[in-house]
Design a protein around this ligand. Structure first.
Ligand code: ATP
Ligand code: MG
Length: 422
């Protein structure tokens, strides 16, 4: 399962007199019999020396220089062994509170192992004799299915609080148990994520929620009080009503994301973000409407406010935030089914995504299931579209009405097949 190009890099380094190992996630995954996502190589050769060995090589990174060896679309990353200057030992390397801001000191393979996050991520596959090199007890943990930070857990979380998110992500993805010494600290340290640059948190969120284990990951993040550090406004809504439709809706959205990824289909991050932030938008818009603001401007201003707050915590690139807003702003327009409006909505570029979103809301019991059913019919009604637009929810087809049941409790929506399932 090792990629041919990774092997080429390992052998070439070795032939040139350097040490060469596979390291990190790929070794961990190979030992589980899983195909790795990508292959990371480490060596004692310095970046300039690596470049001298490979013609198809580019050096990247200012903070820490890495070599990228290009083979068509596959890139093998080659890093030089790095040492870590721990905690407060060296003020030049750490900001306040022991957070590592810079760690660009070359070291030995053993030093390289100790600076890594989890023991199972610090295993080295040696191309020289096909052995796995382990300085930190990673093999024992791997056999036992345990995820454990190397060294003192609190120090390691303080150095880089993102390790708390990585802990959840790996535990869920690998089916490993997070060691108690590492799990019990998380709720108390979750606030440290507030110091992390929004762009880095965005990248981590993508990995957390688009890795095909979003439901379990979400539940674990909430359990360890990490979700609130990433999505404070959403967490406040969920905390107020933990059994109601906000939670059901989110779980359904994440389930559909996971299902699609497991079936090898693509998912769109904007749909995911639209779901993650919908409840605060809905609540704020509802408040504005109650105070007399019209529906559309209410949703506009609620959307703007929620996005503005959220991007102070986690970045949301424009390519995601724009479609996300479109999806939100189209939701109230689905309620308007009469006259020319539904025909116009049908041709809106974001109709499809917004309709899928409406169906999820209806399934969660938050939107009127009859409205969702009406739109499902309307899309394929052909000649009957005019009648539907005349009668709205009172439309009757062959004696059967669209409105099968009125939403009184607001909780039990009729199941409507989602176009996301097609
Ligand atoms: P994935 O399957 O998600 O790629 P991975 O373990 O390869 O998992 P990467 O983020 O690609 O994760 O990092 C590669 C390796 O670099 C890790 O296995 C770990 O040894 C080290 N590493 C990455 N991030 C950190 C961190 N924040 N602190 C310490 N070591 C890290
Ligand atoms: Mg990796």
């Amino acid at each position: 399962m090792i990629s041919e190009n990774a092997l080429k890099v390992l052998y070439r380094l070795r032939q040139s007199g350097y040490q060469a190992y596979l390291v990190g996630g790929c070794v961990r995954d190979l030992l589980l019999g899983r195909e790795p996502k990508d292959f990371d190589v480490v060596t004692d050769a310095h970046p300039d020396e690596v470049r001298a060995v490979f013609r198809n090589c580019r050096l990247i990174g200012r903070r820490f220089r890495l070599a990228h060896v290009h083979f068509g679309s596959e890139i093998i990353e080659v890093a030089t062994f790095r040492a870590l200057t721990h905690g407060d030992e060296d003020d030049r390397l750490t900001g306040g509170g022991g957070r590592i801001l810079r760690d660009n000191v070359y070291g030995t393979i053993e030093e390289d192992a100790w600076r890594r996050d989890f023991a199972v991520n610090a295993l080295y596959y040696n191309i020289k004799d096909f052995s796995v090199v382990d300085y930190v007890g990673g093999m024992d943990d791997h056999r036992a299915g345990v995820l454990r930070l190397i060294g003192d857990p609190e120090t390691r979380y303080r150095e880089d609080p993102v390790r708390m998110l990585r802990a959840i992500r790996f535990a869920v993805k690998l089916g490993f148990t997070l060691h108690r010494s590492c799990s019990e600290l998380i709720p108390g340290l979750a606030y440290l994520l507030e110091e992390i640059p929004p762009a880095r948190l965005h990248e981590e969120i993508i990995k957390l929620f688009l890795g095909a284990y979003a439901v379990q990951t979400f539940e674990q993040l909430r359990h360890y009080h990490l979700f609130g550090a990433l999505f404070p406004a959403t967490e406040r809504c969920l905390a107020q009503e933990s059994e109601g439709f906000p939670l059901v809706f989110l779980i359904k959205a994440l389930e559909s994301t996971d299902r699609r990824l497991q079936e090898g289909k693509s998912v769109t991050p904007y749909f995911l973000f639209a779901a993650l932030l919908w409840e605060p938008v809905r609540v704020k818009a509802g408040r504005l409407i109650a105070s007399g603001v019209d529906e559309l401007p209410a949703f506009q201003s609620a959307s703007a406010e929620v996005v503005t707050r959220q991007i102070q915590r986690t970045a949301i690139p424009r390519a995601i935030s724009q479609p996300m807003r479109e999806i939100w702003l189209l939701q109230p327009r689905f309620e308007r089914m009469k006259g020319s409006r539904p025909f116009r909505l049908l041709t809106h570029p974001w109709f499809r995504a917004a309709y899928d979103f409406l169906v999820l809301r209806a399934e969660a019991g938050e939107a009127d299931a009859a409205v969702a059913t009406w739109w499902t019919l309307f899309q394929t009604a052909g000649e009957q579209q005019k009648d539907m637009a005349r009668d709205g929810l009172n439309y009757r087809q062959a004696g059967k009405g669209v409105r099968t049941r009125r939403r009184r409790t607001g909780r039990s929506g009729k199941q409507v097949k989602s176009t996301q399932d097609e």
